[in-house]
Design a protein. Structure first.
Length: 105
């Protein structure tokens, strides 16, 4: 906990997360789930029969985007990312981050 906010060592879902970088302070990062692209035969059957109601594919890991430069924004994984403390953004931070990343409000 940091000032009543839950701080964890890696994001747990997709979206915008605040990461604490030693040189930047708290900064918004995008996270994405890497999903199983080799699903079971049962998962494929469910998706074929009813794509709207099939369960989502298994999440293998959450990756976080890293702003390496103005032209390079790669995604990287836990223990390879320079940020080690993460938390959910406040409503104000989320609105600013969505604007920064060009996402709909």
């Amino acid at each position: 906990m940091s000032d009543g906010v839950l701080v964890i060592d890696w994001p747990t879902d997709e979206g915008i997360w605040m990461g604490h970088h030693k040189d930047l302070g708290w900064f918004p990062f995008r996270t994405m789930a890497m999903r199983d692209d080799l699903p079971s035969a049962e998962q494929l059957r469910l998706e074929r029969e009813s794509p709207e109601t099939a369960p989502p594919r298994r999440i293998l890991m959450i990756v976080a985007q890293w702003l390496e430069s103005d032209r390079s924004w790669p995604f990287t994984v836990q223990n390879c990312h320079p940020v080690k403390m993460w938390r959910k953004p406040t409503a104000e931070e989320l609105a600013k981050a969505k604007h920064f990343y060009g996402l709909p409000a």
